[in-house]
Write a protein that binds this ligand. Structure first.
Ligand SMILES: [Zn+2]
Length: 610
């Protein structure tokens, strides 16, 4: 007794039998009925979707004794012989093997002759993209001036490899993958006729595993029937035979992932691994399952999902538990991880790590919702009479001095004020007694004349009584530092290197006629100072203070270290930054935004406007 495999036994004989390619059979049927049949056809699509089968049906339709007809009789000699592959006028050629020069010559010689019996001489060329150049040329010559009695039906899985000269002369039909539901329906019919009992889960698994190919579906069915013998085919058994996970397992895994339950994800994978499932295969099915979740969430045509009704309900229920953005993020994340799983020598670990990572994805905040809430917040704040908390009180010009720093925050505290060198004193403002008056204003009436050339010599004889006064940051010393820094700011434009070197000198004396800077004798900034630079600084100081002033350099140590302009600048910047941080942190909009975004304040920067 010979067993005919299901794929052959159930091969469609007419366009009506052709499953899942309705667009192809309808167009071809209409063309035949209208008597407008092309000379050459190109059938493209992945393997197992019915290209060669359709070519044979078309050959029968064209050559049937009762035709040409969209519904060949299947009884005449032509129909039967074409079905068996023995019709003398229908040539089935395998492109992959049809390369020899002799065969091509034979073809060329055959073409001009009329068919021996049939209406048309028909050439069905499978895997046409594999043809040799010589064979192409032979076909092309005929295609350019086709004899009325010749028809070509080319089939290929790779249409892009077919020369454009051939493509342009063919009527092209694209065969689609066959839907799982269509395959399942066909399987149900076949099983019924073959008298094999099977539950719905078994049919769904076979249909899904066929991945759009009816031929594969029939082969898989052969395989599971052979395994089950006389027994009923169950989903569980079929899943085992084919090494694929049942839908319910994929669903459990998907639910755990959506819920961020990494532990359950791992235990499901563990079970599958113990039962000997191919985890690469499971991962592929799972990716498809995640895709179904996204598609279900988007809604639209349920046929896009290609699921059985019960599965569709499950997928929709799970999809409703998560936001679309979250689902698509899971899908994208897993599709990237899938390549790792497929390539890895340890697919289980790769699979598990992907699931753990995706389980712990950070929560999503819907941007539009967030924006709406921020807008609402802004509206509320602008409606209130007072904005961010402000403070009253004196402006903290002397803020870098801890003792003098007012607790209050100046409303417009910004970057350091830059004093342009003028003949007048810088507008140093401070609260307090008379001693805080601008230095130059105080001393202007008593100009001292100090030769500028002395400025290049280290002034090791600076008076110690003046030095004592600088040990504590008095309001006067604060004002002095401000004035000194304004001199340096003026110098920085012209002589940046000199200004920088002077910035690192400890300000020991600052008064009309005399500025004394202290340096470590080995210090780099000291080495940087030049006579010309010191002269420039002296001139600038003279202009700023309104009286001839000389710069002296001391290299002797002092008991108490004073402050350099650079230190003063850094301290002031730090103070401003600290203030800015407090202001930013206390700002109601910032606080609300941090709350909404679950964010933290990482950094506050001052805008430099020097
Ligand atoms: Zn017939």
């Amino acid at each position: 007794m010979s067993y005919v495999v299901l794929a052959r036994k159930w091969r469609p004989q007419t366009f009506d039998d052709l499953i899942g390619q309705g667009h192809v059979s309808r167009t071809l049927g209409n063309a035949i009925a209208a008597g407008r049949v092309a000379h050459a056809f190109l059938f493209t699509g992945v393997r197992g979707v019915g290209k060669t089968t359709s070519a044979r049906i078309l050959a029968k339709a064209l050559n049937c004794a009762k035709g040409p007809t969209a519904s060949p009789c299947l009884e005449c000699s032509q129909c039967r012989e074409i079905g068996e592959g023995s019709d003398l006028d229908v040539f089935e050629i395998d492109g992959a093997t049809y390369t020899g020069i002799d065969k091509v010559r034979e073809l060329q010689e055959t073409l001009p002759y009329r068919p021996s019996r049939d209406r048309y001489k028909i050439f069905i060329v499978d895997e046409v993209h594999m043809l040799s150049q010589a064979a192409w040329n032979a076909f092309l010559k005929t295609l350019e001036e086709p004899p009325p009695h010749v028809k070509f039906i080319f089939a290929t899985t790779e249409a892009h490899k077919v020369p454009i000269t051939i493509l342009s002369r063919c009527q092209r039909y694209d065969f689609k993958l066959i839907g799982t539901n269509d395959i399942a329906a066909r399987l149900r019919h076949v099983l019924e006729v073959e008298k094999v009992t099977a539950d719905e889960a078994a049919i769904r698994i076979v249909a899904r595993e066929a991945a759009g190919s009816m031929r594969d579906a029939m082969s898989l069915l052969d395989q599971v029937i052979a395994w089950a013998g006389e027994e009923t085919l169950t989903g569980d058994a079929v899943a085992r035979v084919l090494g694929v996970a049942e839908r319910s397992v994929l669903h459990r895994l998907g639910a755990a992932l959506v819920d961020g339950d990494a532990a359950t994800c791992l235990s499901v994978v563990g079970e599958l691994a113990e039962q000997g499932f191919s985890l690469t295969h499971v991962a592929r099915d799972f990716l498809q399952h995640l895709r179904d979740l996204v598609a279900a969430k988007v809604g639209g045509d349920p046929s896009q999902l290609d699921l059985a009704d019960t599965e569709l309900a499950d997928v929709r229920a799970l999809a409703s538990r998560a936001a679309l953005d979250d689902l698509s993020r899971i899908y994208l994340g897993f599709s990237r991880a899938f390549d790792d799983v497929a390539r890895s020598a340890q697919p289980r670990s790769a699979f598990e790590m992907a699931l753990v990572r995706l389980s712990h994805r950070p929560p999503l905040v819907a941007v539009d919702e967030l924006l709406a809430r921020i807008a609402e917040l802004e509206k509320r704040l602008s409606a209130e009479p007072h904005g961010p908390p402000e403070t009253s009180g004196p402006k903290g010009e002397a803020g870098y001095d801890p003792a003098a720093t007012p607790k209050a925050t100046p409303p417009n505290a910004g970057p350091p004020v830059t004093f342009k060198p003028t003949t007048k004193a810088p507008p140093v403002r401070a609260t307090g007694p008379l001693t805080t008056l601008p230095v130059a204003e105080r001393h202007a009436p008593a100009p001292l004349s100090v030769p500028l050339r002395e400025s290049t010599e280290p002034a090791s004889t600076a008076s110690s009584e003046t030095a004592k006064a600088r040990d504590v940051a008095t309001p006067e010393s604060i004002a002095s530092m401000r004035a000194w820094r304004s001199v340096l700011d003026g110098l920085a434009h012209e002589k940046p290197l000199v200004a920088s070197a002077l910035e690192h000198g400890e300000l020991r004396v600052f008064e009309v006629g005399r500025i004394v800077l202290g340096y470590d004798p080995d210090s780099f900034p000291l080495a940087q100072l030049t006579e010309a630079g010191l002269l420039d600084a002296g001139q600038l100081a003279t202009a700023t203070l309104g009286a001839p002033t000389t710069l002296f350099i001391e290299t002797t140590a002092r008991a108490t270290k004073g402050q350099t302009a650079a230190e003063s600048r850094n301290l002031e910047r730090q103070r401003q930054l600290d203030e800015a941080k407090v202001r930013v942190t206390n700002h109601p909009i910032v606080g609300a935004a941090m709350e909404l975004l679950r964010a933290e304040l990482r950094e506050v920067r001052l805008i430099e406007n020097t």
